[in-house]
Design a protein around this ligand. Sequence first.
Ligand SMILES: *[C@@H]1O[C@H](CO)[C@@H](O)[C@H](O)[C@H]1NC(C)=O
Ligand SMILES: *[C@@H]1O[C@H](CO)[C@@H](O)[C@H](O)[C@H]1NC(C)=O
Length: 358
Amino acid sequence: MRRGVLIFLVVNLIILSFLVRSVFTLLSLLVEDASADAIHRAELPSPNSSLIEQRPQVIPKIIHQTYKNESIPEVWVDAQRSCIDLHPDYEYILWTNEKARDFIAKEYPWFLDTFDGYKYPIQRADSIRYFVLAHYGGTYIDLDDGCNRRLDPLLAYPAWVRRTAPTGISNDAMGSVPQHPFFLRVIELLQSYDRSWLLPYITVMYSTGPLFLSVLWKEYMLDKPSEADRVRILMQDEYNRYSWSFFTHHVGNSWHGKDAQLIFWMGQHWMFLTFCGFALAGVVGLGSWWIYGRVMNLSSRYRHGYSKVPTIVTPAGLSPTRRARLAVPTLLRRVSFNKEDEETGPTETSYEFYSRND
Ligand SMILES: *[C@@H]1O[C@H](CO)[C@@H](O)[C@H](O)[C@H]1NC(C)=O
Ligand SMILES: *[C@@H]1O[C@H](CO)[C@@H](O)[C@H](O)[C@H]1NC(C)=O
């Protein structure tokens, strides 16, 4: 029966390591503060500073936005106008559904099936922004974000994204040079992340949205990219909190549903949920050990012709109750023998490795 225990342990270890491996990036995101790549307040010139001119600007002067067609809803018109008005010398491209599909069909035909196959329109809106940044470079801005100051200082970094709460990065404003290795990797891996998860919100987040981008970003950082390939992080304070911040936030995303609220709740209680996860894993582990023991017990009984007493070799002279206790499989059993057991077992409380024999 030793071999049985060994197989049980190995199978459990394999399952456990597989689970840990598959959520490792997610877990490590929880403790990632992005400080290594943060764009610090001190290095960002103030809105009218002469320092802005002195820094080489590598990101092309293009602003990308997406909407299904040319008629932008009233609530976002002011935000859109604020960005266009501040940047008369930038090219402005609004990627409508039609324009986006034509672009993918022409430049990235291998992606067209995935693009057309996305169940939610927001997945197309997410993915097209990665493609146009990888292709043309420039700055992508969500329609619900308005511009508070010119983007010029951010053009000095080969690629930047925005930090988000509670963890990771978001995809609502990003800048990049054309063919930046991070965005090339993002468009390369979109297809393999095109999977359906139970809730629409998770499916969108993890197939094309901020969670997908955060996981790829975390993995990208493990490769220790060179200075030119680094992805810099615009921290929240520099984002839309102060008068010197780059953006103003208008109306929230229109597609958040009930499941989004659930996820936000989970985000706020992730400590508690992590604890529950570990507790659940423990219960499942113990449960499967118990079931394994029962199955072994039954099969040994069966082989010994349904004998009433469990035919398990135990130290002689044990009381029936102790015998019964030993019939429950235990890897490491705390055994304390009574005086009367002295001839057969250790006298002191000790830990023993028991394997059941039959
Ligand atoms: C920067 O300059 C513009 C015009 O050149 C002016 O309207 C704006 O108030 C200035 N901003 C600050 C923060 O000084
Ligand atoms: C854009 O879409 C909206 C809503 O689907 C529709 O009412 C509007 O007519 C469309 N605009 C154009 C220019 O097609």
